[in-house]
Design a binder for this molecule. Sequence first.
Ligand code: FES
Length: 102
Amino acid sequence: MALHKVAALSHLPPGAALRVTVEAREIGLFNFKGEILAIKNLCPHMGDQLHKGQVTDAGRVVCPGHAWHFDLKTGACTSGQTDARVRTYPVVIQDNDIYIEV
Ligand code: FES
């Protein structure tokens, strides 16, 4: 596991999302109420990009494909096929940059 710098914190204001690629993995980065969270960006249903989804007040991203919900902190699917899950990645903020541990 290593830390990878993926973006400047200024590029991800509250409410925003970004798609980044680290070691050939597509990762969705979200700023949920000031907290930076990282999840696998591809929905386990049919592979839509989760960073394009709306985020609910409860911190769940709604897949733009068929509206399954994924908790940004745990990766758990909370609406849809509820035994599905997306991987989460540890995030570190250093010197106003965002790093992901992969
Ligand atoms: S592709 Fe995400 S819910 Fe279908």
